[in-house]
Design a binder for this molecule. Structure first.
Ligand code: 5GP
Length: 180
């Protein structure tokens, strides 16, 4: 597929400038909320791979307090453009007594983040917050308490800014809706 055809399949949603501004607002809010943490006990961002990697990298650069980073891999089984009822979670984390902020790309039905949260809460962190770039409330089936949201979006299939369709479109610097 040519570059022109690629862009014809995507309807722009959020530009580079809009994303940059919103990410920096969230980074400032997080920095204010966790200003009491020290170098000895920093906040730990846990990035849900793969889709949140670009958001997390930009977010980390806007946070002005001590901050660690680690990763968790989650994938759902099912058809290509819908979330399924089963999530595979892989990690090697030690988070007892740590202040954790989960960083996710999209919360859709809520199943993935609900299952990750349950698994991490069982490890007794000091606190567990959820930061998502995109929230699709109309698709929600499993209730989730989101702490920080980038953008509330309609129930469409979104790609770009690290978020893929079959490993494509992650490299796009902006966000758009993939036309079927
Ligand atoms: P949930 O478990 O909340 O239904 O689904 C969350 C995961 O499904 C996201 O982390 C993402 O991997 C995938 N997902 C949900 N909506 C979209 C979308 O619009 N575009 C893409 N590329 N993935 C999505």
């Amino acid at each position: 597929m040519s570059a022109k055809q690629t862009y014809n399949t995507i309807t722009p949603l959020f530009s580079v400038e809009v994303i940059e501004k919103r990410v920096s607002e969230i980074g400032k809010t997080i920095s204010d909320d966790f200003a009491m943490l020290t170098d000895e006990s920093p906040i730990l961002l846990i990035v849900v791979l793969k889709g949140a990697f670009m958001f997390a990298a930009d977010l980390l650069r806007t946070i002005t307090i001590p901050c660690g980073i680690d990763f968790i891999h989650a994938s759902s089984y099912g058809s290509e453009k819908t979330s399924s009822g089963s999530v595979s979670i892989k990690h090697n984390l030690a988070i007892t007594d740590r202040h954790i902020l989960l960083v996710e790309d999209i919360i859709d039905t809520g199943l993935t983040i609900q299952q990750i949260s349950a698994e991490l809460l069982a490890m007794k962190p000091a606190s567990l917050g959820i930061c998502t770039l995109l929230d699709k409330p109309d698709a929600r089936k499993h209730p989730v308490a989101i702490t920080y949201t980038g953008f509330v979006v309609p129930n469409a299939f979104i790609v770009g800014y690290g978020i893929d369709y079959n490993e494509r479109f992650r490299e796009l610097p902006s966000l758009g809706v993939l036309n079927s």
